[in-house]
Design a protein around this ligand. Structure first.
Ligand code: LER
Ligand code: MN
Length: 262
């Protein structure tokens, strides 16, 4: 297991300084926001080629919403997803993280023919089949991220994500597990990780209150033990608040805390 950190949390004016700061604090990966990332790909490649901190993943950053009622919204989302998957592959990343929809449904309920949720899931599965082919060609993965009930109605538990992966049946369509969302949605985080094990290829780290690990009540020791049991060797990227007035110290303290939970 390797610790990574989202670019927005890293300390430094330039990407070069951020990479050095992350290495010093004990991180081996950096996760980027997706919008316009293609324009930065050559700089990222150049700066990370001989650096201990590698590009781990892209976190969303596509326009539109792939399960919107409006065709244009769906098309721009899908187009950006294909583009970002190619960028993720080009940068040697684990994958592109995506949430199909924030908030409530945007398509009408057509029951008794089909309710909105079934329509959304069918549509999302179809799109994952298309994105999965691009991911496979690019040598990366599409990473479905389950979110808590206050942020989405659709894919909320690891099992919800696994159901889509199994419907698609492409090894390049996987899920990622976010400790913050799991602390709200899962009955038992370790059991959920063990049960979804075959499909987890990326992890987000935040405590139960979305602060730095160690500042809430999530049992990372138990969660990491479950990840070890499933043979997880991927990145775990920090996505949380850093309340330390000295941000660099906060990052270093978090890495030390996390290493003690392994
Ligand atoms: C949002 O809560 C989240 O966890 C992000 O990773 C979504 O892309
Ligand atoms: Mn997340």
């Amino acid at each position: 297991m390797k610790f990574a950190c989202q670019e927005g949390l890293a300390v430094g004016k330039s990407l070069e300084e951020k990479l050095d700061g992350l290495a010093e604090a004990g991180y081996e990966g950096i996760e980027f926001w997706g919008s316009n990332l293609g324009e930065r790909a050559s700089e990222i490649k150049r700066l990370t080629a001989n650096h201990s901190v590698k590009p781990s993943s892209i976190c969303a950053g596509f326009r539109g919403c792939p399960v919107d009622a409006d065709k244009h919204e769906r098309e721009i989302a899908s187009e950006d997803m294909h583009t970002l998957l190619k960028v993720a592959g080009d940068l040697g990343m684990t994958g592109l993280i995506m949430v199909p929809i924030f908030g409530g449904p945007r398509i009408p309920d057509l029951s008794p023919l089909a309710n909105a949720i079934d329509l959304e899931k069918d549509l999302f599965t179809k799109l994952c089949e298309e994105w999965g082919q691009t991911a496979a060609k690019a040598g990366t993965c599409l990473l479905i991220e389950p979110l808590n009930r206050y942020e989405t109605h659709l894919i909320r538990t690891l099992q919800d994500g696994v159901d889509i992966c199994e419907r698609v049946g492409n090894p390049h369509v996987k899920i990622m597990a976010d400790f913050f969302h799991m602390s709200i949605e899962e009955q038992n985080i370790s059991a959920a990780i063990r049960s979804a094990g075959r499909h987890i290829v990326h992890v987000h780290l935040a405590d139960s209150n979305r602060q730095m690990p160690g500042l809430g009540h999530t049992d990372f020791k138990a969660g990491f033990a479950a990840l070890k049991e499933i043979g997880y060797t991927g990145y775990m990227a920090l996505e949380c608040g850093n309340p330390d007035p000295n941000k660099q110290n906060g990052l270093a303290r978090s890495a030390s805390y996390l290493k003690m939970q392994m």
